[in-house]
Design a protein around this ligand. Structure first.
Ligand SMILES: [Zn+2]
Length: 208
């Protein structure tokens, strides 16, 4: 419809424009749906995919592996590395909570790193395609990798933290900062899920 209007050099009619606006709103709402039971196989699997598989979504047609601009983080990334898109594009409240936790655990002698923070949709699509190749079907893959439309990393509302002693520390003390492990099968995945000093909600367990 829009293409026809453009081709004929006509401006969309008012009902036409309303339809376009409604479509855009619909797309935005769909993109915000964010309930996931699975996220990714492990922090170490979050590296760039090497094969350029065909994607059903938009944004990966240009090929090439995900880059720093997609949220790929180098080893030893701190929550204070706000020059990196994967940290910079986190929800500010989440980033601040992780920074406070990092400062506190450093005093306890633990060096934490952000393995993954924000991820672009393209990056999440790559992870999903990789998981489909590994586990044979999208249904199986979704036990390990969130759908790009559902991942809380894509919206900037989740962080993956390593190494294991940092995860243990966060599981014991993270709620002081509002940080909770939210997926029962991912000890490294944290979200802002309670008020500082509050109680973490029950974790989500992926359906088998
Ligand atoms: Zn995660």
């Amino acid at each position: 419809m829009l293409i026809n209007h453009l081709r004929r050099g006509r401006r969309p009619t008012v009902p036409g424009r309303l339809a376009i606006v409604a479509t855009v709103i619909g797309l935005v709402l769909t993109g915000c749906t964010a309930v996931s039971g699975a996220d990714e196989t492990s922090p170490s699997s979050a590296g760039p995919a090497s094969r350029s598989g065909r994607s059903s979504g938009s944004g990966s047609a240009q090929g090439g592996p995900p880059s720093a601009a997609d949220g790929v983080l180098p080893d030893h990334t701190s929550a204070y590395d706000t020059d990196l898109p994967g940290v910079a594009k986190l929800d500010p409240a989440l980033r601040e909570a992780v920074q406070r936790a990092e400062t506190a655990m450093t005093k306890d002698g633990i060096t934490m790193q952000v393995t993954t923070g924000w991820r672009s949709k393209k990056y999440q699509e790559e992870l999903m395609e990789k998981a489909i190749r590994k586990y044979g079907s999208k249904k199986n893959a979704k036990e390990y990798v969130a759908d790009p439309d559902e991942s809380h990393h894509v919206t900037g509302h989740a962080v993956d933290i390593g190494p294991t002693d940092a995860d243990d520390w966060l599981n014991r003390h993270g709620s002081r900062y509002g940080l909770c492990q939210t997926l029962s099968n991912e000890i490294w995945h944290f979200e802002l899920a309670t008020t500082p000093g509050g109680t973490c909600p029950p974790m989500t367990t992926p359906k088998k």
